[in-house]
Design a protein around this ligand. Structure first.
Ligand code: ADP
Length: 484
């Protein structure tokens, strides 16, 4: 290739280059610039060629620049200009803008020149500034560290959380903030992260702590986000102080434990009390029965009335005590088995035959599942719900009852719907509490344990029960049984 051809192709390349290029000689005079540079600086080529380079520099840098140029020409190598310092250039309209400059020496017959590649970084700076503002005002502590674990940037929350000033953190290793044994393993964990960098929480399944400047440790949660900047890998760690959450969790745990203990105690108590009460109650009721049978003739009408009252009260008390005892016993000796709910409901409906017939009830059972459950308890559950659906019927119409189930996420939702008297909204919680009834004894027979039983049974299955109802229209009882 001859010299002319070489020069030509070089010039073409410079001209066509999509970045601003300015060629400067050792005297600091502009030898050439490409059209990209013309556009960037808003000058024509002929306005700049032969002029001093300082025309493209903001006033405040002009006096210092010749020395820098001289330095460069004593050792002209390819390098970035002004590392660790922000560079600015000046347009023809006197607008200053941030730039990044790469310097490349070019040796020609007329001596060494430097080709400066200039990139306008206004947009990048803006984006960086926005990023910095977002990070700074983030409600979490945020730490930007490089692949060696050196902290590059921290935000205000980091200072608050760890008790360090920003200057004490930037340039330090992140291990400064890692307590105890983990400090020494941390570099290995970091290498692992960089081997496959992806956004993820740190230390899944293990409690993380941060080390504050005063030596105290704080429970934290950390999210890691890999970032790439100038072809280097960084990680942005977002850190949340979970002291309060941990405290709450602990408080809830203790509270739950206390309630569980209390519940057990209460259950034990009702079991013993009802068990012990049964004996004397049985004696009383059978004695009264005997009296009424054998000595009724010796009593006058008033006495008989009183005796009858005592008999009814003690029999009711017996029912109450039995209800309580059954309640305490629920689930005590039962084990989960595969239960065909169709079969159970058929048995219950059959057991209730008389009630069904007398009330004229129409019971419609849809297909039900076969799942793991406590068989005896499920029987009692349907027995209570179906007999209530008939018992609390409206006087105006025949009871219509529909029983169905549908598969929901991780379990089955059962439905027992009636067209009975309904339940006012403000009573719909209360009815699941033992001995709570909405009706007088004369209106509807009962002692108020049925639904409490139902709730306990469903809870033995880790499920839940609830009701939706509108007075005068009917009630729908739902219960959910999760799959085992
Ligand atoms: P009991 O039927 O012995 O009173 P339960 O615990 O089974 O006890 O029911 C509690 C109360 O809930 C009942 O007294 C009744 O007022 C109300 N209730 C239960 N089931 C229904 C229903 N299907 N329709 C209307 N009210 C109902």
């Amino acid at each position: 290739m001859n010299v002319k051809h070489k020069e030509l192709s070089f010039q073409l390349m410079v001209e066509a280059s999509p970045i601003s290029l300015v060629l400067v000689n050792s005297y600091g005079k502009i030898a050439y610039l490409n059209s990209y540079a013309e556009k960037l600086f808003l000058y024509n080529k002929n306005e700049l060629i032969g002029r001093d380079l300082s025309i493209l520099l903001p006033q405040k840098y002009r006096s210092h620049h010749p020395d820098l140029l001289k330095d460069y020409f004593t050792n002209p190598v390819t390098r970035q200009m002004g590392e660790n310092r922000d560079l600015y250039a000046l347009k023809k309209d006197n607008v200053e803008f941030p730039v990044e400059i790469g310097l490349n020496p070019i040796v020609t017959v007329e001596g060494t020149l430097v080709l400066a590649a200039i990139i306008d970084i206004t947009e990048r700076k803006k984006a960086n500034e926005q990023f910095r503002l977002v990070v700074e005002s983030a409600p979490n502590a945020m730490i930007l560290a490089d692949y060696s674990g050196t902290i590059v940037m921290v935000n205000k929350q980091t200072e608050i959380l760890f008790g360090y000033e920003r200057d004490e953190l930037v340039g330090q290793k992140v291990e400064l903030l890692v307590p105890g044994k983990l400090k020494q393993y941390h570099p290995q964990l970091r290498d692992k992260f960089y081997a496959k960098p992806q956004a993820r929480p740190m230390g899944v399944g293990r409690d993380l702590f941060g080390l504050r400047k005063d030596g105290t440790e704080i429970p934290i949660e950390i999210g890691l986000n890999p970032l790439e900047k100038n072809e280097s890998q960084f990680v942005l760690a977002s850190i949340i102080d979970i002291t309060e959450r941990k405290k709450n969790e602990e408080a809830i745990r203790l509270y739950t434990k206390r309630i569980e203990a209390k519940n057990k105690e209460l259950e034990q108590f009702s079991f013993i009390a009802s068990h012990d009460l049964r004996e004397p109650l049985n004696s009383i009721t059978s004695l009264i029965g005997l009296l009424l049978e054998e000595d009724a003739g010796k009593m006058d009408a008033e006495m008989l009335k009183r005796m009858d009252f005592i008999a009814k009260s003690s029999s009711r008390m017996k029912d109450l005590v039995k209800g309580l005892l059954d309640y305490a016993r629920l689930g005590k000796n039962s084990e989960f088995g595969i239960v065909d709910f169709n079969e159970i409901v058929a048995i219950v409906v059959n057991d209730l035959e008389l009630l069904v017939k007398n009330s004229g009830a129409e019971i419609n059972v849809k297909r039900l599942p076969v799942i793991a459950a406590l068989e005896v308890e499920v029987h009692s559950l349907f027995q209570n719900l179906i007999s209530n659906a008939i018992k609390y019927r409206s006087k105006d119409r025949k009871p219509k009852i529909e029983i169905s189930a549908q598969k929901v996420e991780n379990g089955w939702e059962f439905v027992v719907r009636d067209n009975g008297i309904g339940i006012p909204k403000n009573q719909q919680e209360r009815i699941f509490v033992i001995f709570q009834r909405l009706h007088g004894r004369n209106e509807y027979e009962g002692i108020g344990v049925g639904l409490a039983h139902c709730r306990k049974i469903v809870e033995l299955h880790d499920g839940k029960i609830w009701v939706e109802s509108e007075p005068e229209k009917g009630s729908t009882f739902y219960f959910f049984i999760p799959l085992k």
